[in-house]
Write a protein that binds this ligand. Structure first.
Ligand code: TXA
Ligand code: MG
Length: 337
């Protein structure tokens, strides 16, 4: 199969709609990462997503719709707070988990009685979703366990020959996946951290907590139990005071004929600059920059053999969200390989 990358225009949207209607897969941009979309009501098409990604069959998918889509045709909205949150934030990098009406393929939610729905903010995603005017099941458009894609080229690297079309909307601005919020209980619960934080939701409806604060800890968002989302390069993580050890590891790699690179936030970049001249990838000076840069830099890091970084100094809720992905891409120094 030939995989085409096309800018979004009337012609490519028509092509995308035809592929989707026929049960095929189309990759499309959102404000977070690229998604690999299929018609959510077509069971064979949804199964095709799992097959193409090599995704475990117990990790449910998010359904994407445009902002005027009537989601009450897909789910029951049981709580007033859910409506308030939707009105306050959507469209946004926020996915809300509701009680499903069972309209879409059961494969989307892996047999759960809930359904995750996202109304993405990016105009490109809205354009695509409006054009197909149907619920689109879409995980991030990466092979399972690989780093999430934030450009059309990243999608191409993983799916060349496996899908017919990638809609190219340039680089995703947010850079980390949407917050997943369970709105089926008494209060909203964040199952996956993201750009919309508990603080922001509390401001809108008074209450919100993170799922992992809960002691009994049944895995609520199945995707969160998978702990390795890695670039195709070795990774090594040090503590923020272990600069000497990190430089030794860098030099050792050079000595062994490997190409190492540092992934550095603003503060660590200043520290390392005093110790020598190194290949450096810029993680970012602020939490927003780090969220936007993480996946782009991990993909850049694949041009090297070894990516060395330092534990994040977590100063905000958004840094917590970033760290959730960052730590999954790195082995700690002590971890046996
Ligand atoms: O930003 C995003 O959310 C991107 C773009 C493409 O929209 N999508 C994305 O999808 O990150 P994926 O498949 O990589 O992650 C979906 C997450 C997983 O952690 C999954 O377990 C959770 O959403 N999820 C989906 N349906 C769920 C449900 N019914 N209940 C609980 N968690 C659910
Ligand atoms: Mg993913």
């Amino acid at each position: 199969m030939i995989t085409e990358i096309k800018k979004i225009d009337k012609k490519s949207l028509e092509q995308a709609k035809k592929i989707i209607d026929d049960g095929g897969l189309v990759a499309f941009p959102t404000e977070t990462v690229y998604g690999l979309g299929a018609l959510a009501t077509n069971d064979e098409a949804v199964k095709g997503i799992y097959a193409a990604k090599g995704r475990p069959s117990d990790n449910p998918l998010i359904v994407h719709v445009h902002k005027d889509y009537d989601i009450t045709s897909l789910v029951d909205i049981d709580s007033d707070y859910a409506v308030k949150i939707a009105n306050a934030f959507l469209p946004a990098p926020l996915t809300m988990v509701y009680k499903s009406k069972g309209v879409v393929s059961p494969t989307v939610s892996c047999g759960l009685n809930t359904l995750a729905i996202r109304v993405p903010q990016s105009p490109a995603a809205q354009e695509f979703l409006r054009f197909v005017n149907a619920p689109i099941a879409a995980p991030s458009a990466n092979i399972s366990k690989h780093t999430s894609p934030v450009t059309a080229e990243h999608v191409f690297e993983d799916f060349n020959g496996k899908i017919p079309l990638i809609l190219d909307g340039g680089r995703c601005e947010g850079g980390i996946e949407s917050t997943v919020l369970d709105v089926t209980g008494d209060i909203p619960v964040i199952l996956r951290k993201g750009l919309i934080t508990a603080e922001m939701i509390k401001k809108a409806v008074g209450e919100c907590r993170y799922a992992d604060e809960k002691v009994e800890g049944v895995a609520k968002s199945p995707g969160m139990k998978y702990s390795h989302y890695r670039p195709h390069a070795k990774t090594l993580l040090f503590g923020r005071y272990e600069t000497e050890k990190a430089v030794n590891a860098y030099n050792e790699a050079l000595k062994n004929g490997l190409k190492p690179v540092f992934l550095l936030d603003g503060e660590m970049r200043l520290k390392l600059e005093k110790l020598g001249s190194f290949n450096v990838l810029n993680f970012g000076d602020t939490d927003v920059e780090r969220a936007a840069n993480l996946y782009e830099m991990l993909h850049e890091g694949e041009n090297y053999d070894l990516i060395i970084s330092f534990a994040l100094d977590i100063k905000s809720e958004l840094d917590l969200s970033v760290n959730n992905r960052f730590s999954k891409a790195f082995y700690s120094v002590d971890e046996k390989r």
